[in-house]
Design a protein around this ligand. Structure first.
Ligand SMILES: CC(C)(COP(=O)(O)OP(=O)(O)OC[C@H]1O[C@@H](n2cnc3c(N)ncnc32)[C@H](O)[C@@H]1OP(=O)(O)O)[C@@H](O)C(=O)NCCC(=O)NCCS
Length: 163
């Protein structure tokens, strides 16, 4: 597979197997890293030039997927990188057969609602995605789960060509 060159001043988002780099970025932001090695997961990194500036993970299962671990480094925020990472994750999830995207968030609900996500219940996410690492993480920690909000986006029509 040919990898795109990373050029100065250019944003590139690509799938990565460099989970050590993903872990380091999430750890620096004090974000959860449990379960990132799950074989079915997909992690995407955003590069600005040669620097990794953001990350997102997708945990797919049958016809749904959980978006997790979205992070953009402080100095690069409010330039559209977070939205570009969500768009790339949405495409990755759809390619893997997902018709519904879910996520947990405590702080970034407004950001996701601007991107079309709607509030869901924690039970909706758990019912849609049993067995995926972040769902299992929270199921084992009810007090942490209770602090989260859940969001859903219907992507059934992604890829449909309207005539
Ligand atoms: C949430 C986060 C990923 C957004 O990244 P970003 O690159 O700044 O986002 P974008 O520049 O793509 O923003 C897209 C839109 O959402 C808005 N936005 C960005 N962060 C927002 C927030 N926290 N709340 C509400 N709106 C937000 C932007 O203003 C922008 O709107 P505009 O196009 O009208 O200007 C980033 O703030 C972050 O890493 N936060 C810490 C980790 C986190 O909370 N992750 C989510 C865990 S589920």
């Amino acid at each position: 597979m040919a990898l795109r060159k990373h050029r100065d001043g250019e944003l590139v988002i690509e799938q990565t197997r460099d989970l050590a780099r993903v872990r380091a970025m999430l750890t620096s932001a004090a974000m959860l890293t449990d379960g990132i090695e799950w074989p079915a997961a997909c992690y995407l990194l955003a590069f600005y030039g040669i620097d990794a500036v953001g990350v997102i993970g997708v945990e797919p299962q049958i016809d749904a997927a959980l978006i997790r671990s979205l992070y953009v480094i402080d100095s690069m925020r409010r330039r559209g990188i977070g939205a570009a990472l969500v768009a790339a994750a949405r495409k990755a999830a759809h390619t893997r057969g997902a018709r519904h995207l879910y996520l947990f968030s405590t702080e970034a609900g407004d950001f996701f609602m601007r991107l079309g996500f709607e509030v869901a219940t924690l039970a909706d996410v758990i019912a849609a995605l049993p067995g995926v690492p972040q769902v299992e993480y929270y199921r084992a920690r009810p007090s942490e789960l209770a602090r989260e909000l859940a969001f859903h986006l219907d992507i059934v029509r992604d890829g449909v060509i309207e005539r």
